[in-house]
Structure formats: C-alpha cells, structure tokens
Design a protein around this ligand. Structure first.
Ligand code: PEP
Length: 251
C-alpha cells in the first residue's frame, strides 16, 4: 500500500540546541501522525535527533545526502553505512541544490541510490525541472530523463524502497508553489512512467511527494490530489506550528 509521508528538509539550518528545541516542539504538536513523518537534519544533529525521535511512532530520521562510494579518501564526505548506523532510515538524494551547487550527475546519483539501498536506507529521490524547461514545455521529458538515469536501473524489489519527490526548481524556496493542478499532472506522469517500467501495481504503491514552497496554507489542497502522497518541505519545516499543520494536512 502507498504510504503518505511528510519529510522536513532542514538543509543547513539549526545547531544542536536549536534542532533539539525544534524537535521537542514538533513532538509536542504531532502526537498521532496520519502518515510517516521524516526529519532530515544536518549531519551534526543526526544522532541527537534520532535519540529524540526514538519511541515516537511514525517518526523517522533521514540524512540529506550520502556519498556514492562505500568508503575511502573523500574528505568531508559521509557514507551510507555511517548514516544507517547513526539511525537514519531514509536519505534524500538528488536534491536540486546538490545537483546545482555540488555538481551531482545522474551517474553519481544512480551510484548513491545503490549505496543507500544496499545499506537499507530508503532513498527520497528528488527530480524536477528548472523554469526555462517548464516554460519550453519540456518538463515531462526532463523529469523522465532524471528518473531513467538515476532510478530505473533498479530491480523491482529495490525500486519498491524508493520515495520520489517531484520538486520543480522554480518553486523551491521562492514562495512560488506549483498549482495543485500542475503538481497532479506531473505526479500522474511520473506514476505512468513507473507503471511502464515496473508495472501498474508497483506504480500504485509508490509514494510521490511534492516539494516547492509547500506550506501550512497550501498543503491540504496539494495533498488532496490523487497522485500527491505528501510533501518534502524545506522552509516551513523549520517552524513547528507550520510543520504540524502540514503533517495534519495529510488526507
Ligand atoms: C526543498 O528544498 O526540498 C524544498 C521543498 O524547499 P521549500 O519548501 O523551502 O521550497
């Protein structure tokens, strides 16, 4: 069965003490989430947030990235096994900020996905087009290429571990959300691609999140779309009240 998920991507925000206060507040406000709640803090907070989430049903820990090799001389990097042993069960991969600022290629992302799965981490695989591609009406093909190059090498059992996050780049951190119609259209397109690759049953079971200026005001409408199974939340995940409202918007 398809899972509903709200994931909070803190990006490079929150020191240990700030993160601890935010998680305490989130746990006070969200007692019985309708779906899974995934928190992706910076690496320095991974262990401590994991300890705080322990025993809270429905709450999971995620890292925001992992390296594409198993181990070695990669100063400043962290492997999937390190993240898994620290308590994460999810890892965000292919976020547009990583693709853009850290030059992550589809080849690297495919290897990261393999690393994640072989260490029992569920990838939250981000895809989405820049504004000029949307304006040229080439967004469906652009996202299809991202999925084919980064994910569709997986066998069915591995693919079933993946969560997809459709995040149009023009909507991330800009306050310019995709309309619920635009989100539904792309989520349906993505589900159809999965059906062609893995069959209708797998497509039906795949969780596809929307990300891009999703907030307390628009979450319910976005999550009300038949192919939108929750959200990947950036800015609004840093405010406990807003994040709780978004989680409570799951239908
Ligand atoms: C994100 O970075 O994944 C994101 C969706 O950010 P925001 O919600 O701030 O647009």
């Amino acid at each position: 069965m398809r899972q509903q998920i709200v994931a909070g991507n803190w990006k490079m925000n929150n020191t240990l003490s700030e993160g601890s206060a935010l998680v305490s507040s989130i746990l006070e406000k969200i007692t019985h989430p309708k779906g899974l709640v995934v928190i992706a803090p910076p690496l320095t907070n991974l262990l401590s947030v994991g300890v705080q989430l322990n025993g809270h049903e429905g709450f999971h820990l995620a890292a925001q990235n992992c390296h594409h090799e198993t181990r070695g001389a990669y100063t400043g990097e962290v492997s999937a096994s390190m993240i898994a042993e620290a308590g994460a069960t999810f890892v965000i991969l292919g976020h547009s900020e990583r693709r853009q600022y850290f030059h992550e290629t589809s080849e690297m992302l495919a290897a990261k996905v393999n690393q994640a799965i072989s260490h029992s981490l569920r990838p939250v695989f981000c895809c989405g087009e820049p504004l000029e591609i949307r304006e040229a009406d080439k967004h469906a093909l652009y996202v299809e290429t991202q999925l084919r190059e980064g994910l569709f090498h997986l066998d069915e059992a591995s693919f079933r571990k993946v969560v997809i996050a459709y995040e149009p780049i023009w909507a991330i951190g800009t306050g310019r959300t995709a309309s619920s119609g635009q989100a539904q259209e792309m989520h349906k397109t993505i589900r159809n691609l999965i059906a062609d690759q893995y069959g209708a049953a797998v497509a039906e079971d795949t969780t596809i999140l929307y990300g891009g200026s999703c907030n307390a005001q628009n979450a319910a409408e976005l999550f009300g779309q038949p192919d939108v199974d929750g959200g990947l939340i950036g800015g609004a995940s840093l405010k406990a009240d807003d994040f709780a409202t978004i989680v409570n918007s799951l239908s």
